[in-house]
Design a protein around this ligand. Structure first.
Ligand code: TNX
Length: 512
């Protein structure tokens, strides 16, 4: 490949040759089909253009431009003209890629990315980013040979729902931190972010009909160990929904009910059976609180909350918690859910709940989220048999708040210590008796925040396990392999360094 005069010289203060192009199979999550082609790859130059063949491809074209511009310094003008020396984005793809997949063809003189939707094109752009040298992710001008390896990728997800959860109740995380997390998960083709918005310690979303919730339970000292304040205004939440949507991520709001509600109970005395508000609590006990199942005001409260949150949420799901309701009898729990599940439907949403909800009769579309550690959970299996789709979050594999090993300072270890291999090396379709491939909606990696304060803390617990979980949710089981994954994951390290991501340098990986 000839060097033109306007090309920056190869990198390296040491004066070494430019790094070789990435290999076509360096991508995380590993694509469904990868066919390398011998010979030259595609070299990005100052004259390379981006072409959006349809107006609907325009937004993703702009995102590709914005991702590559700072580090390459190239204009990457979005325009028409011929396909030579251009990256063409088109919505004209074969049906086989489905609604979220894409086809990427990299030839010496052109790159063609095809998908059927913006989400598919966006996924393909994440692949393109990973096929360029890691410093493409830096936000300052870098000297490098920007070469994409030649060949063809045809890719589509195994599961339609690939998610992460962030607990903003135990410690509030500000909108900027949540946005940073959205950017990080979207790079690995995760497409849902579940926000755990309320718990015993705090209430983190503005509800107009019950304004004291955020005034008090979102105020100073409401985080674990008395940190805080913090909550999302309706405007903050809507901004996050829009920010996520631009990255093809759906926000799944959770209000945890009927347990995990001390924040609400301590704010409004009438929600308690005895009419007396308990003291606010910022310790990390669980299972002690419950809304009063036998009072009508409870259902007015829940309906107001569901109604306001549903109105702000364009995505299909509304998560009602349902976990660890140990202060409620089974009968009370059943009574409560029988009234609350239809409220979610009344406001047009599909209910999601922690798998305890599977103990009660569920609407057909309700989604139990399995968070146990055992190979059997009969209620969840029965729900699957009845046709409900299951979201898989087994705590001893995907809980990002579990320690990596005994020396990890942050996090807990009640479910397990989870090294990278533990997070990666299992099959969601063989995890739970009675829950097979077709019963599974997807996989979600929750991050509880009792011990996490900063974005650095969040990043440290999520990386590198989150990309491991993203791969098991996206890639075909037959393409997944711990040994090749280790090699591919090692190559992500320099990307995280370029992005300023704080990650755990697991001894299981030979980091680059
Ligand atoms: C269990 S998982 C919880 C959370 C805690 C978490 C800590 C689940 C549905 N409930 O309330 O934050 O453990 O790991």
């Amino acid at each position: 490949v000839a060097c033109s005069a306007d090309e920056p010289a190869p990198a390296g203060a040491g004066g070494g040759a430019a790094a070789a192009a990435m290999s076509l199979d360096a991508v995380v999550p590993v694509p469904a089909e990868v066919t390398p082609r011998d010979g030259a790859g595609f070299r990005l130059t100052a004259d390379t253009r981006i072409r959006a063949e349809e107006a609907a491809a325009d937004g993703v074209a702009r995102q590709l431009q914005a991702a590559l511009r700072p580090s390459t310094g190239f204009g990457l003008v979005i325009g028409t003209g011929g396909p030579e020396n251009a990256i063409t984005l088109t919505l004209d793809a074969d049906r086989s890629v489905g609604r979220q997949g894409y086809e990427l063809d990299i030839a010496a003189d052109r790159v063609t990315l095809r998908a059927r939707t913006g989400a598919g094109l966006f996924a393909g752009v994440q692949t393109i980013r990973q096929l360029l040298p890691p410093r493409v992710d830096a936000d300052t001008l870098q000297q490098a040979e920007w070469v994409l390896p030649g060949g063809r990728i045809v890719d589509r997800p195994r599961f339609e729902y690939r998610g992460a959860m962030l607990d903003v109740a135990r410690h509030f995380h500000a909108p900027d931190e949540i946005k940073a997390y959205i950017d990080l998960i979207a790079q690995y083709k995760m497409n849902h972010l579940h926000l755990h918005l309320s718990d015993d310690q705090g209430w983190r979303i503005e509800i107009e009909a019950w304004p004291e919730l955020t005034k008090r339970a979102g105020g100073a000292g409401t985080g674990v160990d008395g940190e805080g304040p913090g909550f999302l205004t309706k405007q903050d939440y809507s901004d996050l929904v829009a920010y996520a949507a631009e990255r093809h991520v759906t926000i799944v709001p959770e209000i945890d009910l009927p347990g995990h509600t001390n924040a609400a109970l301590s704010t409004y005395p009438e929600l308690n059976c005895d009419g007396t508000a308990p003291a606010p609590r910022t310790d990390t006990e669980v299972g002690y609180s419950s809304l009063c199942v036998s009072k009508e005001v409870t259902y007015r409260f829940v309906e107001d909350v569901v109604k306001e949150i549903a109105a702000l949420t364009p995505g299909p799901y509304l998560h009602i918690g349902g976990d660890e309701a140990k202060a409620t009898t089974d009968e009370q729990y059943g009574t409560f859910m029988k009234r609350v599940l239809p409220l979610v439907a009344k406001y047009g949403k599909t209910p999601v709940g922690w798998h305890e909800i599977a103990a009660v009769p569920l609407p057909d579309d309700a989604v139990p989220q399995y968070w146990g550690t055992e190979p059997e959970q009969p209620d969840t299996a029965a729900a699957a048999a009845a046709g409900n789709r299951i979201l898989m979050s087994p705590a001893n594999r995907v809980y990002l708040d579990m320690k990596y090993d005994k020396s990890t300072e942050l996090g807990f270890d009640w479910a397990a210590r989870i090294e990278v291999k533990d997070a990666y090396d299992w099959d969601p379709a063989r995890r739970l008796a009675g829950v097979g491939e077709r019963d599974i909606l997807g996989v979600e990696a929750p991050l509880w925040s009792e011990t996490l304060r900063t974005l650095d803390d969040i990043e440290f617990m999520a990386f590198p396990r989150l990309p491991a979980i993203a791969e098991l949710a996206w890639s075909p089981q037959a393409e997944r392999d711990w040994d090749t994954f280790r090699g591919r994951l090692a190559q992500q390290g320099p990307r995280w360094e370029a992005q300023g991501v704080n990650f755990y340098r697991s001894p299981q990986i030979d980091w680059k």
